[in-house]
Design a protein around this ligand. Structure first.
Ligand code: GDP
Ligand code: MN
Length: 392
């Protein structure tokens, strides 16, 4: 689950991390009131969407008066913001964050993330923080350092010193602030089962440029830990989540939207992954990942077909079911009923294997509907790729 910047900062604040004072605002009037409450005469108005790159897209603006604050708030609210991290339609801004301004002397990049290949929480840091971090990563990757924290010993002091030296945050002024920050971030990461805690920029601010302050933060928590992170769930912004993914979740289906044109309906996560691999192997692009669960019911099949068909980019569908827990004839019956009921303009390739497969194949063939039967997975993948290519 992703959080908004203002929610991330509230969590950080609760853990003692230095963040600027700020208030969320859902209307232009609320934005003005928020600015009134700040200690500074100027404010930063920040669009709250689940995407970065807002600064470059005009979603982060410094305002010098209440009327300017209102004008900027009105210009952002209710309209899509298109950033390098959104698609071409952008994301509609429904929330703003109004924050006190800071005099920035230097910007750093600092992130904690779960590196699954090690596996360890890894600190990624750079002295080249700010809006061009992606460019730094692409052109001068040596400017980005990574320190993996061995989970068996935790965040020992030598890690803190190594990071201090790499960022030039040594000495009696900077090191104590930086080390305290790292300890707070590491504890927060563990406490809330996070998968990403990113701060960009982490800035040196103040009259002498010697106070560390978190100016932007992105936090992602691990959905697998939802059961023990109930308090985080109130931070979920449903407007930001994919409507089809939410709809699918209601029926116990795990659906993830992708960019291709081949709809995939599969039972079991492993088979679903293998199906996407084989579709790609034969040159096709899946439009989704969909796991109907090992024992897909007729109702789940119906809902799955309906959700996949809602995607306008789907030009062919591959149904790949292994009937171990569920019987193939029940799947066939569900498919026939659903396609008759909903209608389907795109070709459907069906690969069935398992209990009562022969009866199922007969039912599909005699249904009078446009099902193409596949002999095996490779055959199914080739047939669906051919069908999608013919349609596009
Ligand atoms: P992002 O572009 O979505 O990552 O949004 P950020 O919150 O990082 O804002 C973009 C840039 O705006 C930052 O890199 C800063 O340089 C600048 N910025 C953010 N907050 C402040 C602030 O309080 N004062 C000033 N002067 N600039 C800020
Ligand atoms: Mn940022």
């Amino acid at each position: 689950m992703n959080m908004h910047e203002y929610q991330a900062k509230e969590l950080l604040r609760q853990c003692g991390v230095p963040v600027p004072m700020g208030f969320p605002a859902f209307s232009a009037t609320a934005a003005e009131f928020a600015m009134l409450r700040l200690p500074t005469a100027t404010a930063v108005v920040k669009a709250q969407i689940h995407a970065g790159g807002r600064g470059k897209a005009g979603g982060v603006k410094v305002v010098k008066s209440l009327s300017e604050c209102r004008a900027v708030a009105e210009s952002l609210l209710g309209k899509p913001l298109i950033t390098p991290q959104t698609d071409s339609k952008g994301k509609v801004v429904n929330r703003l964050y109004i924050e006190e301004t800071a005099n920035i002397a230097k910007e750093f990049y600092l992130a904690l993330l779960l590196d699954r290949s090690l596996p360890a929480i890894t600190v990624v840091a750079s002295t080249q923080g700010g809006m061009d971090i992606e460019e730094v990563a692409a052109k001068t990757p040596d400017q980005i350092i990574k320190v993996a924290i061995d989970p068996s010993i935790g965040l020992q002091d030598f890690y803190l010193h190594r990071l201090s030296i790499a960022l030039g945050l040594q000495g009696t002024v900077h090191a104590p602030q930086f080390h305290a920050l790292l300890r707070q971030l590491y504890a927060l990461f563990l406490q809330y089962d996070l998968s990403l805690l990113e701060i960009n920029p982490l800035a040196l601010v103040g009259e002498n440029g010697d106070k560390l302050l978190v100016l932007d933060s992105k936090i992602t928590s691990d959905d697998n830990a939802t059961y023990r992170q109930q308090e985080l769930q109130s931070l979920r912004d449903f407007a930001e989540e994919d409507a089809r993914e939410l709809e699918a979740a209601k029926f116990g289906l795990s659906y993830i939207c992708l960019a291709g044109n081949i709809g995939c309906l599969v039972n079991g996560a492993g088979l679903a992954m293998a199906t996407m691999d084989i579709v790609k192997h034969y040159g096709g692009q899946p439009s989704n990942f969909l796991d109907m669960g090992g024992g897909a019911s007729a109702e789940q099949i119906k809902q799955a077909v309906r959700i996949v068909l809602q995607d306008q980019s789907v030009q062919a569908i591959l149904i790949n079911i292994f009937g171990g827990i569920v019987r193939c004839d029940i799947v066939a019956d569900g498919l026939i009923t659903t396609v008759k009921e909903l209608g389907c303009q795109v070709p459907i390739v069906v690969r069935l294997e398992g209990t009562n497969v022969d009866a199922a194949r007969d039912m599909l063939q005699q249904s009078g509907l446009r099902f193409t039967l596949a002999e095996n997975m490779a055959d199914g993948a080739q047939k669906v790729v051919a069908a999608a290519n013919k349609a596009s």
